[in-house]
Design a protein around this ligand. Structure first.
Ligand SMILES: Nc1ncnc2c1ncn2[C@@H]1O[C@H](COP(=O)(O)OP(=O)(O)OP(=O)(O)O)[C@@H](O)[C@H]1O
Ligand SMILES: [Mg+2]
Length: 310
């Protein structure tokens, strides 16, 4: 089973509006789509669409937390959340007629130290049930910035695999515990290493450095240019075919999900890369976040090129 960790759950509202999004104007929403969000829950939905067993964990609270749990249940995703006092947040994504999206992300109400400790205790049992664990996204206030390092250490003690997809201090602190895999984009890579990345050679240098420091699988996602993989077998660049993008939100989460699925199925890192590019590119062809159509992924899969660089 794959477990996803989402400490900052939200109920995501996707608004479709007529015309373009202008500040200072009243705008009527044409369509509103509620989904259980926070990056880890996008990962969960994609894993479920890949037909693998999935358990979602993290913090939920209040009415919004209950709605998030209900939305997950509708998507056939099992969950085991810690119920906290504060209300789960909302995030809003406005997509206008020109396909331009504007996001409003609440930071998440504070969690107490006691609630964090309850989670850590329960997480120990969850690890026993899981083969692969993904950890994604931000954390609410009150959660220490080394929380991901703590969880990764616990997972590794039990010889299970862990994928970390975070940014800023959480990633910086998290990699100290050497997760099995990380999936930064180039911006996250720049801030992680404090360098500026301007070309493919610099992406490779940075990724190789992280791999040599002890992270088994380093994947740098490069949007429409696919992704770079550094693993024990070498350095590879996988490229998707050119596609007509609908909405790229959640592409990174789809990539993490597909890697988790590939690892669960015993694929090699290179097979995982190809599979993950097909799923993440297929996610860009749907309006909803963390979703894809199997026929899109199958079609894209056939046209992916994998180049061995080193
Ligand atoms: N325009 C695109 N065309 C084809 N594939 C895409 C496109 N954008 C993203 N992808 C696929 O999705 C993967 C992840 O995308 P990206 O590099 O944008 O991740 P990210 O920045 O982490 O995204 P997120 O916003 O979900 O965190 C890419 O490696 C690629 O396989
Ligand atoms: Mg990302």
């Amino acid at each position: 089973m794959i477990t996803t960790v989402t400490l900052n759950v939200s109920v995501d509202k996707a608004y479709k509006i007529k015309g373009s999004n202008e500040s200072g104007k009243v705008m009527r929403v044409l369509e509103c789509n509620n989904t259980a969000g926070g990056k880890g829950l996008n990962v969960s939905r994609v894993i479920s669409l890949c037909k693998e067993d999935i358990l979602a964990t993290g913090f939920v609270g209040g009415h919004c937390g209950a709605l998030a749990e209900e939305l997950l249940e509708k998507d056939n995703i099992s969950s085991q959340f810690i119920h906290v006092k504060s209300e789960t947040r909302n995030c809003i994504n406005i997509l206008d007629e020109n396909n331009i999206s504007t996001e409003f992300l609440e930071s998440g109400a504070p969690i107490s130290e006691e609630e964090v400790n309850t989670f850590i205790k329960e997480f120990d049992d969850i690890i026993d049930k899981s083969n692969i664990i993904t950890i994604s996204g931000s954390v609410p206030k009150g959660v220490p910035s080394n929380i991901y390092a703590t969880l990764i250490e616990m997972i590794k003690l039990k010889n299970k695999k862990v994928i970390l997809d975070a940014s800023g201090e959480l990633l910086q602190e998290g990699i100290k515990a050497l997760p099995t895999m990380i999936k930064p984009n180039s911006e996250e890579m720049e801030s992680l290493l404090g360098v500026s990345i301007n070309n493919e050679e610099e992406v490779i240098e940075s990724a190789v450095k992280l791999h040599e420091n002890g992270i088994e699988i380093v994947v740098v996602s490069l949007g429409k240019d696919g992704a770079l993989l550094v693993c024990k077998d070498g350095v590879y660049h996988g490229r998707p075919p050119k596609i007509e993008v609908v909405n790229t939100v959640g592409c990174g989460d789809s990539m993490v999900a597909a890697f988790a699925v590939g690892l669960e199925r015993g694929y090699s890192s290179i097979e995982c890369l190809k599979y993950a590019i097909s799923i993440s590119a297929a996610n860009a062809l749907t309006f909803s976040t963390g979703s894809f159509k199997e026929e899109d992924a199958d079609r894209i899969f056939k046209d992916i090129t994998i180049e061995k660089i080193r």
